[in-house]
Write a protein that binds this ligand. Structure first.
Ligand SMILES: Cc1ncc(COP(=O)(O)O)c(C=O)c1O
Length: 369
């Protein structure tokens, strides 16, 4: 490979999405990426299509300021949290929240000695994006009992990085965490509140609509909350995420993002989905009930260890060392169920009742119960 490429990228492992359709005749149950199992209702899709036909000029660039979308998002954030403090100036919109994670890294770390802190297992994109930018990632392990973060351990890692001249500029936490599905507990939140002003705290609330827990009402000057339209709002295909923070932080994100980062169709889809949220979000009750049903059923498999979930997915590991989880994930795939083997365990997204029933039956077959 030519020497103009950074040597570290030659061995770099990119995010690996599961291939979904190796045999086109067979449709797998896609329980590997934590999306909502339901497509948008036809009428809502039709409305997006009509907007495309009537209002979007394909020869023109998208609205680069995202003004309408930011206002609509601010309204949604306020409404759901019972606030009236969030305005468009508190919102930055990204091409998926992945783009906002990259903005955080650019804004805090790039071009100077820096690290980010993550608690593993957690969402892999923090470390992956950090690597692409040459940013150092410090990983501390979570406590296996409940997957919480030990504040003392985290503070020690932050102090060590400072002494080694690669200070932690951003701490990434997920509320609730993926893949382990636990929301932040009171001790963790109290710890986040003690993190010094020279470090940005990123609270990733990708699964907020499922956990119904948010820190948006406690937003501090060195915090940013990221969210996505890819999960409960059913727009994974359109790639829309947003950040909520003080206007001073948002202004920096706005400076460093690409000018036309969100296509006109994605902006229209996000606005339309938000305007239909009263129709789209009630299905969450069904998903949570299905989650609890599947969790109870899976708890009868003694080979699996399971933790309570605050999200739309379950996380299981080996109860002892008898089970090969990588093999189990492959066998489930051969049976038609796609789940994710990640972070040393299996993450199972909650699907439709029919998908969950098939998943359970496949577990029963493979674990011989
Ligand atoms: C914790 C977490 N954050 C962010 C994302 C990415 O969301 P988006 O589709 O908005 O890029 C995901 C996607 O799985 C996630 O699990």
């Amino acid at each position: 490979m030519s020497s103009f490429i950074r040597p570290d990228l030659l061995t770099f492992q990119a995010y690996a999405a599961n291939p979904h359709d190796e045999t086109p005749s067979r449709k797998l149950d896609q329980l590997d990426t934590n999306e909502c199992p339901y497509d948008l209702p036809h009428a809502v899709k039709q409305q997006i299509t009509q907007t495309y036909l009537d209002q979007i000029q394909t020869n023109r660039y998208p609205d680069s300021g995202h003004g309408d979308l930011k206002s609509a998002i601010a309204g949604y954030v306020n409404e759901a949290a019972g606030l009236d403090t969030i305005g468009a100036a508190n919102i930055s919109v990204g091409n998926g929240s992945d783009e906002l994670i990259r903005s955080v890294l650019i804004a805090t770390c790039l071009g100077r000695p820096s690290s980010i802190l993550v608690a593993s297992p957690t969402f892999s994109m923090y470390g992956i994006l950090a690597k692409t930018l040459g940013v150092n990632t410090i990983e501390i392990p979570r406590c296996e009992l409940d997957w919480s973060i030990d504040p003392e351990r985290a503070n020690a890692a932050i102090e060590q990085a400072r002494q080694e001249g690669q200070p932690v500029r951003a701490v990434f936490v997920v509320h609730p965490n993926s893949p382990t599905s636990n929301a932040l507990n009171a001790t963790e939140i109290a710890w986040l509140e003690t993190i010094a002003d020279d470090t940005l705290v990123v609270v990733d609330e990708a699964y907020y609509e499922f956990s119904r827990q948010t820190l948006v009402g406690q937003l501090r000057s060195n915090w940013v909350i990221t969210r996505t339209f890819s999960k409960a709002l059913r727009l994974a295909a359109h790639r829309v995420g947003y950040a909520v923070a003080l206007p001073e932080i948002i202004a920096i994100f706005e400076k460093i993002r690409l000018p036309y980062n969100l296509p006109s169709t994605a902006q229209a889809a996000a606005l339309t989905a938000l305007s239909h949220r009263q129709t789209l979000l009630p299905v969450i009750d069904e998903i949570l009930a299905e989650r609890d049903r599947l969790a109870t059923a899976l708890s009868s498999f003694t080979a699996l260890r399971q933790w309570p979930s605050d999200a739309n997915f379950l996380y299981v590991r080996n109860a002892d060392e008898t089970l090969n989880l990588a093999q189990l994930a492959m066998d489930l795939r051969s049976q038609g169920t796609l789940i994710r083997h990640t972070g040393g365990g299996l993450r199972i997204s909650i699907g439709t009742p029919a998908e969950n029933a098939r998943t359970l039956a496949n577990f029963q077959t493979l674990l011989k119960i």
